[in-house]
Write a protein that binds this ligand. Structure first.
Ligand code: NAD
Ligand code: TYD
Length: 337
């Protein structure tokens, strides 16, 4: 395999993946297709934009003619589809764009991947397609899909389309379903960077509901190494859960952030809960560990401290992304909670 098409490679996980590939796999050329929505940011690729193995293209995965020409021009071998609308709260406000990008955009990519007989199509999905857990048990790859938000419903739809293309026409695909990621370059609408940002500004930290919801956190670099293993070592048609075995209550994560920054717990503010808020996610990663020998390399304590340090050292990046539209979003989303 020589050239890969990474979609959404200017977003949080995509840009971490592109950097990892350029650093660690010098025989790979990356064509990076990203629409640069509010979540996509060329500053996420700082230092790598002009890398000789990196070609950045601003464009939409729904634009079939563009995708087709990129695949022909650059002789693409595989697609890794990170591009998505990715935030649950936004999907509750405006679900339509989630169908456009996450469902129709994926369908566009699938049709062309099949027609061009690509070696592999890797769909980056999420554990949220499985719905919510009670106090016991974990999601396995056999857990039925039961999405609860427009975001997770759009991701589950995309997963089913990918599987249908494999089943009906033999598309060589994999699907990865990862738990919540955190780390450098995450947009501060997601919990961890939002709480870090607010704490740094001595603003209230808005905890939804009782704060006892559980997420299973994975440092973003470890997600990237898992995707690389799936791309290069997995049998086609396999689905892989990816998780860090790091279940935490939201409130505990918020407390750790405050402690690390030397800020008082009085900044914690309980606000109105998210409608339909999934109570608990927990991932059983035993398949990827057994079949592909993948292991997470960063503990939660180490990952959180690296992440906080990164945000402290990148105040310019943070100031840029929270200017303008972000302020409107924040007012809209949090003023009536
Ligand atoms: P993100 O919102 O930070 O980045 C998404 C990127 O996709 C942005 O750069 C955006 O510009 C781009 N994009 C959006 N619509 C596009 C379109 N129509 N055409 C081309 N590019 C488009 O998201 P993220 O957190 O990096 O998530 C990446 C992927 O991983 C998503 O598919 C998401 O569902 C999945 N995922 C995320 C998490 C998480 O914790 N963040 C966990 C599991 C899975
Ligand atoms: P988020 O980062 O939006 O990821 P997801 O909803 O996809 O899991 O949220 C993580 C958890 O944090 C989730 O239980 C919702 C909660 N949360 C808050 O309590 N306050 C906030 O301001 C945000 C953005 C999230």
């Amino acid at each position: 395999m020589r050239t890969i098409l990474v979609t959404g490679g200017a977003g949080f996980i995509g840009s971490n993946f592109v950097r990892m590939v350029l650093e660690e796999h010098p025989d790979i050329r990356v064509v990076n297709l990203d629409k640069l929505t509010y979540a996509g940011n060329l500053e996420n690729l700082e230092g790598y934009r002009d890398h000789p193995n990196h070609i950045f293209v601003k464009g939409d995965i729904c634009d079939g003619a563009l995708v087709e020409s990129l695949i022909s021009t650059y002789k693409i071998d595989a697609v890794i589809n990170f591009a998505a609308e990715s935030h649950v709260d936004r999907s509750l406000e405006e679900p339509g764009i989630f169908i456009e990008t996450n469902v129709k955009g994926t369908l566009t990519l699938l049709k062309i991947a099949l027609e061009k007989k690509l070696e592999r199509f890797v769909q980056i999905s999420t554990d949220e397609v499985y719905g919510s857990l009670g106090p016991e048990g974990k999601f396995t790859e056999a857990t039925p899909l039961s999405p609860n938000s427009p975001y997770s419903a759009s991701k589950a739809s995309a997963d089913m389309l990918v599987q249908a293309f494999g089943h009906s026409w033999g598309l060589r695909y994999n699907i990865t379903r990862c738990s919540n990621n955190y780390g450098p370059y995450q947009f501060p609408e997601k919990m961890i960077p939002l709480m870090i940002h607010n704490a740094l500004k001595d603003k209230p930290l808005p905890v939804y509901g009782d704060g006892m919801h559980i997420r299973d956190w994975l440092y973003v670099y470890d997600h990237c190494t898992a995707v690389w293993k799936v791309l290069t070592e997995a049998q086609p048609g396999r689905v892989y859960n990816i998780g860090g075995n790091n279940e935490k209550h939201n409130l505990d994560v918020v407390r750790l952030i405050l402690k690390a920054l030397g800020k008082p717990e009085s900044l914690i503010t309980f606000v109105k809960d998210r409608p339909g808020h999934d109570r608990r996610y927990a991932i059983d990663s035993s398949r990827i560990m057994a079949e592909l020998n993948w292991r997470p390399s960063v503990s939660f304590e180490e990952g959180l401290s690296r992440t906080i340090r990164w945000y402290l050292e990148h105040s310019e990046w943070l100031n840029h992304v929270v200017s303008g539209q972000y302020q409107d979003y924040y007012k809209r989303m949090y003023s009536n909670r």
